[in-house]
Design a protein around this ligand. Structure first.
Ligand code: NAD
Length: 472
């Protein structure tokens, strides 16, 4: 094994490939290079797809128990190298080491859990004349495309599901955070037949090459809605299957009967964990008039306690925003709110200096049509919005092209449930947020996506249905 701080190679056909060119990976806390990652050429992508195609017949015929063992091995490889993975993760992604470790443990947990899942067979008819069954067969070569906000967890969702069901895989991490996934590919080489699991990294051209590649049969994509539309259009050329996990603008609805002291902390972290760079972060916080002032004061107090800084240092709660483009986007959103004359309950001033640091920013009751409410901030900026009518707040929550998730907070579970059922989103939590598991389907309504990940339904997205009918 090579060191964790250098020698980053792609995994193509079970071999290390350094590539002819490289892209720099920056530490968002210092803006200095962490390492160089290979910049995959078109010919190298062809080689990865060819290796995956060649490996497919053997892998689909491999007994499921061996495939389970291979998926479980991912958990073991991550756990065995946890500390080194975590430090590398912090340097490329920015999140403090403790929180990076949580994601890595989550990824290991996912692999171990998916390894135990069953691929169901449906009996359609079993009569004296005929037996008809629908079973699930792998699709072929899957292309996985992953964003920079959860580079390992979201990558492992794709790897575990695709490999367990008998597909082979070419996975591409974000150019901002390729290093941990390249290391995972390297460490898994001894544990899988060559070509089953390929990892490629590169610049902006690599994703479009994958979605247009005739040798890839399915794309599992996680990223922004704008990119998701491009993926789907490109995938149409050879009718690739697609699963699209896209953006969100999740509303949390807080009723007036909540215990403010109890809900403030979980609500705060539902918005600001990973600096708000979470697809299912609370991005619009609707608070009933009767609880608004007390909750706003609690949230501001937490915001003022939180320490933002270099995630490699002790005692840091939040790291930098992950990359320069995102930093500029979030900064512009804050400037725009200021120009609109909106007031801040915390934050609002972006400091000068090295690193993409934006303080936790709470915006006091902005209008519904302000950018900070209407857009997915994907950064540490949260609008707190007053409401006094439940019908009105449901309409406002649903007034979005997104439909990823949302939450309702109340001492009265039945009242909260009645609201939850009327939200047009793929997931709704009550008195919690962001609880995602390997057993529950997760996906977006409207422009937040197509298809789901996780649970049996998520697993089946890596399969085609095949009905076999036997005349007795
Ligand atoms: P992005 O869409 O810019 O990039 C995602 C991935 O797609 C990267 O690997 C990128 O290199 C690649 N890519 C870029 N252009 C491409 C193209 N034309 N064809 C194919 N691939 C291409 O997203 P991002 O900025 O990395 O991630 C943030 C977004 O992801 C947010 O909108 C967030 O809400 C969303 N997200 C969604 C989920 C979910 O499960 N629904 C989870 C995490 C993030």
């Amino acid at each position: 094994m090579t060191a964790f701080d250098r020698d980053f190679t792609m995994t193509i056909g079970g071999q290390p490939v350094a590539g002819g060119a490289t892209i720099p990976v920056l530490n968002p806390a210092t803006e200095e290079a962490v390492a160089e990652a290979p910049d995959c050429s078109a010919a190298e992508l062809d080689a990865a797809v060819a290796a995956a195609r060649a490996a497919f017949p053997g892998w689909r015929a491999t007994p499921i128990d061996q495939r389970r063992a291979a998926v479980a091995k991912i958990a073991e490889v991550i756990s065995t190298n946890l500390d080194q993975f975590a430090r590398l993760f912090t340097q490329e992604q920015g999140r403090p080491v403790g929180k990076a470790t949580e994601e890595l443990l989550g990824a290991a947990f996912w692999a171990a859990s998916v390894a135990k899942q069953e691929i169901p067979v449906l009996v359609n008819e079993d009569t004296p004349d005929r037996r008809s069954e629908t079973r699930r067969v792998p699709i072929g070569v899957v292309g996985g495309i992953v964003p920079w906000n959860f580079p390992m967890l979201l990558g492992v969702w794709k790897i575990a599901g695709a490999l367990l069901t008998g597909n082979t895989l070419v996975i591409k991490p974000s150019p901002f955070t390729p290093l941990t996934m390249l290391k995972l590919g390297e460490l898994m080489r001894p544990h899988l037949p060559a070509g089953v699991f390929n990892v490629v990294s590169g610049g902006d051209q690599l994703g479009p090459w994958m979605t247009a590649h005739p040798g890839i049969d399915k794309i599992s994509f996680t990223g922004s809605t704008a990119t998701g539309k491009r993926v789907m259009a490109s995938a149409a050329a050879n009718l690739k299957r697609v699963t699209l996990e896209l953006g969100g603008n999740d509303a949390a609805i807080v009723l007036g009967d909540v215990d403010v002291a109890k809900v403030a902390e979980p609500l705060f972290w539902s918005a600001f964990g990973n600096n708000g760079q979470v697809c299912i972060a609370t991005k619009r916080l609707y608070i009933h008039d009767s609880a608004y002032d007390a909750l706003a004061a609690e949230l501001a107090a937490i915001a003022n306690r939180v320490r933002t800084g270099n995630g490699l240092e002790q005692g840091i709660d939040l790291g930098p925003v992950q990359n320069h483009a995102q930093f500029e986007r979030v900064k512009a959103l804050v400037e725009d709110a200021k120009a609109e004359g909106l007031t801040f309950l915390a934050g609002g001033e972006v400091p000068e200096g090295k690193g993409y640091f934006i303080p936790v920013t709470l915006v006091d009751n902005p209008p519904e049509d302000s950018r900070v409410v209407a857009e997915e901030a994907f950064g540490p900026v949260l609008p707190l919005i007053r409401f006094d009518d439940v019908e009105d707040v449901i309409a406002r929550a649903n007034n979005s092209d997104y439909g990823l998730a949302g939450s309702v907070w109340s001492a009265d579970t039945d009242a909260a449930l009645a609201i939850a059922e009327r939200l047009d989103t793929g997931t709704v939590w009550i008195n919690e947020a962001q609880h995602v598991t390997p057993w529950a389907p997760f996906g977006g309504h409207k422009q937040s996506g197509i298809g789901v990940e996780n649970g049996t339904e998520g697993l089946l997205e890596y399969t085609n249905a095949q009905t076999i009918s036997v005349r007795k």
